[in-house]
Design a protein around this ligand. Structure first.
Ligand code: DGY
Length: 321
């Protein structure tokens, strides 16, 4: 019998991450990467000390209450933690950690890709090439929205929002942001702050959503707020799908009020509102914000660093509960 902690890993993770986990823990891997529902989560964690999970598994108050008392910690392989009821975890004395920092750059890169893909009609252009429909170059087709020099509104100026701003400055964009609180000048780098996001929206020729999913941000971008955007605005969401009211955004993109949408995240994913598929001006990605080899390895190592701290009696770096 080993005296190493027993670790349940709820999803298939990168090889390097699984190898390190197996080196340091008695691991229970999900070898076929099946989706654990509540009962599977409870039964698979019956005799484990910790769980390494992803945003695809929900830890509701009910599930947390049903977890074996042996489970000391849940480390999520994600920066987002809306899938874990943090208050319930605190009440139960369950340690919860996430993986901030390490995916900031990869996610900000995808935000720029979404802004550009939506502004420059990527979907229509790629479809034309893949369907071999390109006649010849001409001066008037597939004209997009110019990004350089425009005003970018960033909703949520945390690490990822600031990394988006940094990239957008290379496009000479004027940065506007709305955040719970104003950042210090060294962090906002001269960006224009709005306490009230509704005051920012009329400025946002481009809008990048980078805030967490919370009860307050649920369906933030609804029809009333879309109406505040300049006509022809470009909208990108790389945060969480439920921040957008899909029906309202689809209607706005269909009418031209919004000239393009770039999305990496969807409410209810992997299901999503298929109205987006009818929009030629929608640039759609399947939640790949953090999907680089380096980033996914770094996320796994960060999650394991947090668990190592728990089991060596230290304080995890990224403790949420
Ligand atoms: C994150 O880390 O939150 C990514 O969106 C993956 O879930």
């Amino acid at each position: 019998m080993s005296d190493r902690p027993i670790l349940l890993v709820t999803r298939k993770l990168p090889d390097a991450v699984e190898a390190r986990a197996a080196r340091d823990y008695d691991t229970r891997f999900n070898t076929d990467d099946s989706q654990y529902d509540a009962d599977a989560l409870i039964s698979n964690s019956a005799d484990v000390d910790a769980i390494l999970t992803c945003s695809t598994e929900k830890f509701t108050a009910d599930i947390i209450a049903r977890l074996s008392p042996r489970v000391r910690a849940v480390a999520t392989f994600s920066v987002g933690y809306e899938h874990i009821d943090i208050d319930a975890a605190k009440a139960r004395g369950l340690i919860v950690t996430n993986t901030p920092d390490v995916l900031t750059n990869a996610t900000a890169d995808i935000a720029l890709l979404c802004l550009l893909g939506a502004a420059r009609r990527q979907h229509e252009s790629t479809a034309m090439m893949r369907e071999n429909r390109w006649g010849r170059w001409d001066a008037t087709s597939l004209l997009g929205v110019h990004m350089t020099g425009k005003r970018l509104g960033i909703l949520g100026m945390g690490r990822i929002g600031r990394a988006v701003a940094k990239r957008a400055r290379a496009f000479d964009m004027e940065i506007h942001y709305s955040n719970r609180s104003r950042l210090s000048p060294d962090l906002d780098q001269g960006a224009i702050f709005y306490q009230n996001p509704e005051e920012m929206l009329p400025q946002a020729e481009f809008l990048s959503i980078n805030c967490p999913s919370t009860p307050e941000t649920h369906h933030f971008l609804n029809a009333d707020r879309i109406a505040l955007l300049p006509d022809g605005a470009v909208v990108a969401n790389t945060a969480r799908g439920d921040i957008v009211d899909d029906d309202a955004l689809i209607a706005a993109a269909a009418s031209g009020k919004v000239s393009g949408v770039g999305l990496d995240v969807y409410e209810g994913e992997p299901s999503f509102n298929t109205g987006y598929l009818n929009l030629p001006n929608a640039f759609l990605l399947p939640h790949i914000g953090s999907a680089t080899v380096d980033t996914r390895d770094a996320m796994g190592f960060r999650a394991l660093d947090n668990l190592d701290a728990v089991f060596s009696g230290g304080e995890p770096f990224d403790r949420l509960a």
